[in-house]
Design a protein around this ligand. Structure first.
Ligand code: NAD
Length: 344
């Protein structure tokens, strides 16, 4: 049985990954700080779902909740550690105590606009926190990992679609700059200490459990609440939206690849090779939600890229990645989840 350490395992992507790894019979050590970027109770719910916990959990307050949660979800195959990756001693202790085989590092301050407000926090978590993970791996001889990067490293590149061999050193937000730093630091540890690495550049991920601060979730909430939708630009900005099922397929493919191969450092796009404009996104949501949006247009926001568009041929070549979720279908499923299963 392989033991995977999933950082950020209580988050949107992390909780889906933990659930899948557990369903496949593996052991999972989940590190998450349950930060307050969005309601921590959403993350508790993610953990309960990902571990298939059949006990009911009554939320009291954050401190009490985080003390009680491990007792409810921990088992021989799952261990929840509420720790902050900025705390090097805490990270080291996890690696000293657990026999970790492979790391999937997803914990981060995510989001472009807030990174402009608080770049130092992004640097502390995304750069220093990532180095704490790498240092612990080096010290405790963990030699394989995947790390979450982002399509935002491509900045406002004009060449389309975005491919891994493109030179990317023109980031336009602190968030993107920290993700590029992770890629560079990952290569350094690969070179010096032989840590096999796949850096995954995720392209806007959506679907069940999506973060409430991300556009699709936010727009859905506004539509259902009958609120005005604030949209930036003129509606022509484009995103390569990737459904969570396809992202999990990609992460598992990359895991298999990094576990099989020796001496590898790869950067890989995980997107769909298809783009949707902001206006098309809103229209798709309107159609599926059965609501009409009342739109207020505002100028472009600093830090937002004009478009993202993934060349996914490398992921296909290396580990057979083949995103299959149709956008309309993915949005329909999201709306069903939003109106049904979602608790917070
Ligand atoms: P998320 O916020 O839902 O998950 C991140 C998790 O990391 C959260 O549960 C949070 O509590 C945890 N975390 C944050 N700071 C931490 C710290 N200091 N110590 C320990 N845990 C901490 O976000 P997500 O959408 O699931 O994103 C996962 C990863 O994928 C992130 O690295 C993000 O930058 C990257 N990414 C996401 C998208 C997307 O569209 N969702 C796109 C590109 C890249």
């Amino acid at each position: 049985m392989t033991t995977y350490c999933v950082t950020g395992g209580a988050g949107f992507i992390g909780s889906h990954l933990c659930e899948r790894l557990l369903n496949e019979g593996h052991r999972v050590v989940c590190i998450d700080s349950f930060n307050d970027v969005y309601d921590y109770r959403i993350k508790i719910d993610n953990v309960l779902k990902s571990t298939n916990a059949d006990k009911t959990f009554r939320s009291v307050d954050k401190r009490t909740d985080l003390q009680q949660l491990p007792g409810i979800v921990n088992s021989s195959r799952y261990k929840l550690i509420a720790a902050d990756i900025r705390d090097q001693a805490a990270v080291d202790a996890v690696f000293a105590d657990e026999r970790i085989d492979v790391v999937i590092h997803l914990a981060a301050m995510a989001g472009v606009r807030p990174s402009i407000e608080d770049p130092m926090l992004y640097e502390e978590v995304n750069v220093k926190g990532t180095m704490h993970i790498l240092e612990a791996m080096r010290k405790h001889q963990v030699r394989k990992w995947l790390c979450a990067s982002s399509s935002s490293v491509y900045g406002n590149q004009k060449k389309l679609p975005f491919a891994e061999q493109d030179v990317v050193d023109r980031m336009i937000s602190p968030y993107a700059a920290t993700k590029k730093s992770c890629e560079i630091m990952g290569h350094t540890y690969y070179h010096l200490f032989g840590i096999d690495t796949v850096m995954l550049r995720f392209f806007t991920v959506y679907g069940e459990r999506q973060r409430p601060d991300l556009a699709i979730h936010k727009f859905m909430r506004m539509l259902d609440n009958g609120e005005e939708l604030t949209l930036y630009g003129d509606g022509s900005s484009r995103r390569d939206y990737t459904h969570i099922d396809d992202i999990i397929q990609g992460i598992l493919g990359a895991l298999h690849y990094v576990e099989q191969e020796e001496r590898v450092y790869e950067i890989v796009n995980l997107g769909t090779h298809r783009t949707v404009t902001l206006l098309e996104l809103v229209q798709t949501l309107e159609r599926n939600a059965g609501r009409v949006a009342n739109i207020r247009w505002l100028p472009d926001q600093p830090g937002d890229v004009e478009q993202t568009y993934a060349d996914v041929s490398k992921a296909g070549r290396l580990f057979g990645y083949d995103p299959t979720t149709d956008f309309e279908e993915g949005i329909a499923r999201f709306v069903t989840w939003y109106r049904g299963e979602r608790k917070w």
